[in-house]
Ligand binder design. Structure first.
Ligand code: SF4
Ligand code: SF4
Length: 451
């Protein structure tokens, strides 16, 4: 089947239990943000711009675990910030798995290999040598790493082990050139691919998490699915980019870009996602077929943001992952105090102007699973999508030109370097002329990269 039976059964049981009890609103997925610190500064990320990214400002392990227990969501998506920076991440994953939850670790991929090397050190015996030999052969670890692994672990902290109940959910917004451009650093795509390869060798479940922006080329998204299907990634989350306030302000201030040049309107989303149902046939796309119909513009859905609540250092964030009108001390308190009828788009009319262009998965994917705007045949569609055989590995994915950026000398800093060179040449030849207005900024960016 497309998704693991035990996981599908757990979620179905949770929904049925609440439907039988007639619970009006309940959580399906908790978006847990233990901290907002990140090692990257991606274009379009509101988190690192809206909240403090100081490492002092983070949730305690106890608070994180209590939040999951409080809202009872069967799935917890640990995000941030970069969750692998959270000092107690191993204990957090361990604790959530101990509560019987399905755990997604949403990561930019930069520290994944480090965490997997810790795991190898934690379980090292001589029987692991063939695996180490394979990892060395594929250049996924170095000789020095292998030596460290052989010494074993020196503390008794837990490690992040492969289990069917956990996914690495790796942020990938395109092939190499595009992804590195969006995350504003070269080499990130390559590191993600190496981490994914290593994870698959070690038996972890891996998903990718993609945001589609206005400039995203649909053909590139298809190529990305083909490439990661060939790498045997277990699933993909894909969602349209949304111009929430913090991201919008950053775009104007820091990058001097107009948000409307970057983010999608509803109409544009429908155009970009016109083929999503077809992608769902060929690739393991997460999300219900009902949500896919919504993205493709074939039906309307009502926002159910309360089903994917966000908990962070300031409390339960309302109304949703994207917009912040307040923080509450408890999940139930948030459910009761927020006037949910103020949000979303109903029959094409935005109840709040900020919701107008929003079709993101954290607002509308649960609507598909919960039967909001139910139509005859929806249950069968959902059942069929989950229980039908999993799409086969796309063997020709290896032919995709995935490394089309810095690996082939086409990094996003290359034009910046060229601009500096040009400016330098022109000032040499024309004494003081030439456009050097952006030179300091470019130099700073290149310096940062080369540091
Ligand atoms: S990796 Fe995630 S949290 Fe970090 S800047 Fe990028 S989008 Fe934001
Ligand atoms: S439609 Fe829902 S998820 Fe989207 S911005 Fe509005 S409240 Fe948030």
């Amino acid at each position: 089947m497309r998704f693991p039976l035990a996981l599908t059964a757990k979620i179905a049981k949770h929904i049925i239990r609440h439907k039988v009890r007639r619970t009006p609103k309940f959580a399906l997925v908790l978006q847990l943000e233990p901290l907002h610190t990140c090692n990257l500064t991606c274009t379009g990320c509101g988190r690192i711009r809206e909240y403090s990214t100081n490492l002092k400002d983070m949730m305690s392990l106890e608070d994180c675990l209590a939040s999951a227990a409080e809202c009872e969501a069967p799935m917890v998506s640990i995000c941030g910030g970069e969750p692998l920076i959270y000092p107690m991440i191993e204990e957090l994953i361990h604790g959530l798995l101990g509560q019987g939850r399905i755990v997604y670790v949403c990561t930019n991929g930069m520290f994944m290999r480090k965490k997997m090397k810790d795991y190898l050190a934690g379980i090292y015996t001589a029987a692991l040598e063939p695996t180490l030999a394979r990892l060395l052969g594929e250049k996924l670890i170095s000789e020095k790493d292998a030596e460290t692994i052989r010494k074993g672990k020196t503390d008794d902290r837990p490690v992040i082990k492969p289990t069917p109940w956990m996914y690495w959910n790796v942020h990938i917004d395109g092939l190499e050139y595009t992804h590195d451009l969006i995350v504003e650093r070269e080499g990130v795509f390559k590191e993600c691919v190496e981490a994914i390869k290593m994870a698959k060798i070690l038996g972890y479940q891996v998903a990718t998490n993609t945001t589609v922006y206005k400039e995203t080329d649909v053909k590139e998204i298809e190529d990305m699915f083909k490439f990661f299907s060939w790498l045997e990634v277990d699933g993909h989350t894909i969602s349209p980019g949304y111009d929430y306030d913090a991201a919008k302000k950053d775009m104007v201030k820091r990058l001097a870009k107009r948000p409307e040049d970057f983010f999608l309107t509803r109409q544009m989303t429908r155009e970009k996602f016109a083929k999503i149902q077809e992608w769902g046939q060929h690739f393991t796309i997460f999300g219900t077929p009902v949500y896919q119909e919504f993205l493709a513009g074939k039906r309307e859905l009502t926002c159910t943001a309360w089903a994917i609540p966000t908990r962070n250092i300031r409390g339960w964030k309302a109304p949703c992952y994207l917009m912040t009108d307040g923080h509450y001390a408890g999940y139930q308190e948030m459910l009761e105090k927020v006037d949910w009828n103020k949000y979303g788009v109903v029959n094409g009319v935005a109840r709040d102007s900020r919701c107008e262009n929003c079709m993101v998965h954290c607002g509308y994917d649960p609507s598909g699973a919960l039967g909001t705007n139910f139509k005859r045949g929806d249950n069968w569609k959902n059942f069929k999508y989950n229980f039908w055989p999993r799409p086969k590995r796309y063997e020709r994915g290896q032919e995709v030109n995935a490394f089309n950026g810095v690996s082939v000398g086409k990094g996003h800093l290359a034009p910046a370097k060229a601009a500096i060179k040009e400016a330098a040449v022109s000032s040499e030849t024309a004494c003081g002329r030439g456009d050097t207005s952006q030179r300091d900024e470019l130099l700073a960016r290149i310096g940062k990269k080369e540091a």
